[in-house]
Write a protein that binds this ligand. Structure first.
Ligand code: ATP
Length: 337
């Protein structure tokens, strides 16, 4: 069992608190993404889980056994975990086959067993035709597969990935995220995946943990987080929702609404009940949609429409805000709506 339990985890660097009281349970076999902007502490949290970094407070347990606490850290190689780094970190002087088998050879497994396990994992990661090549003879995506195979061949209970796709082009990123999820489903280890890319998190994870300034802002399924953001930060960071002032139950309340949930109609035609008049400030054609920025009631509102809705900058529009698509949120951080 590789259930990971994080209790009150704190890490400071030079007086700055980078991980600030994290409580999180990651069930055995789950695929969890740590999602947040640059500098929010994702990598530090992953390194705490791996055992590369010791906490200043709190503890980590794996399968009910404590592996990290201040002053007592079980080393990475004794946690049943493999980690994949952004840079892949392949050995340049070893072939694919030797790179993949490295973790087994240092464990002194018999040569026969090393060969058998390397062959199995290279088949699962579609590396068989490349086994005699060196890393410099591989594309970025192929190197990423070698890093995956090398991490998986030791049969970890937990796989940790730190921005594993950031060096790949957009098409390959999409292909590899499905590959990472497919391998997870095939081998059923626990995965913790760090990314700042919301679509990567939404495409792969069972549970998304949104981090901001070392704390958990919200944890939930992709749909929970997208549809019901619990703070202005989450609403904006995941999907770039509008956070606007509104009035609800007689109280001034900010609410979030997704770009695609606002109805935009060219004025002077009649707007829907409760619609607000505004002026198009900016318009971008994106093929399958158009993105607008509309100034209305002193706010800049972002709207996505189907491509056939075509209104020029400077022209008036009506914006409709269907009440069932408006989600009240508790706070708007300093710095505006
Ligand atoms: P990114 O997406 O840019 O990698 P991140 O969310 O992974 O960011 P971390 O790498 O965890 O963020 O860093 C969080 C903060 O801690 C940053 O301000 C960083 O400069 C600082 N930090 C990280 N490691 C160290 C260290 N070893 N010594 C001092 N400060 C550090």
């Amino acid at each position: 069992m590789a259930t990971l339990e994080l209790h009150g985890l704190v890490k400071r660097f030079g007086g700055v608190t980078v991980v600030d009281g994290i409580d999180l349970t990651i069930p055995d076999g789950a695929f969890v993404c740590l999602l947040g902007p640059s500098g929010c502490g994702k990598t530090t949290l992953l390194r705490l889980i791996a055992g590369f970094v010791a906490p200043d407070a709190g503890e980590i347990a794996v399968g009910g056994k404590r592996v990290s606490a201040p002053g007592s850290v079980v080393p990475p190689e004794r946690r049943g975990m493999s980690m994949i780094f952004q840079s892949y970190a392949l050995w340049p002087h070893m072939t694919v086959e030797q790179n993949v088998g490295y973790g087994l050879r240092v464990r002194n497994l018999p040569a026969d067993e090393v060969r058998r396990r390397v062959a199995t994992i290279c088949a699962a990661t579609q590396l068989e035709p490349l086994m005699k090549r060196y890393p410099s003879e591989l594309s970025g995506g192929q190197q990423q597969r070698v890093a995956l195979a090398r991490a998986l061949v030791v049969e970890p209970q937990t796989l940790l990935l730190d921005e594993p796709l950031s060096n790949l082009d957009a098409n390959l990123r999409e292909e590899m995220r499905f590959e990472i999820r497919r391998l997870h489903d095939e081998f059923r280890y626990t995965t913790v995946y760090v990314t700042h890319d919301q679509s990567e998190a939404m495409a792969t994870a069972d549970l998304i943990v949104v981090l901001n300034a070392g704390r958990i802002e919200q944890a939930g399924t992709a749909e929970d987080i997208y549809r019901r953001p619990s703070s202005a930060f989450v609403a904006r960071f995941v999907g770039g929702a509008n956070v606007l002032p509104g009035r609800l139950a007689g109280l001034a309340t900010p609410f979030s609404i997704r770009l695609e949930d606002i109805e935009l109609v060219a004025a002077p035609g009649a707007g829907a009940a409760g619609a607000v008049r505004g002026t198009v400030v900016r318009r971008v054609f994106l093929g399958s949609s158009r993105d607008y920025v509309v100034e209305a009631d002193g706010e800049l509102v972002r709207v996505t429409t189907p491509p056939h809705v075509d209104v020029q900058p400077g022209e008036p529009v009506w914006l409709g805000f269907p009440p069932e698509r408006c989600h009240p949120i508790e706070s708007v951080p300093a710095g505006g709506s």
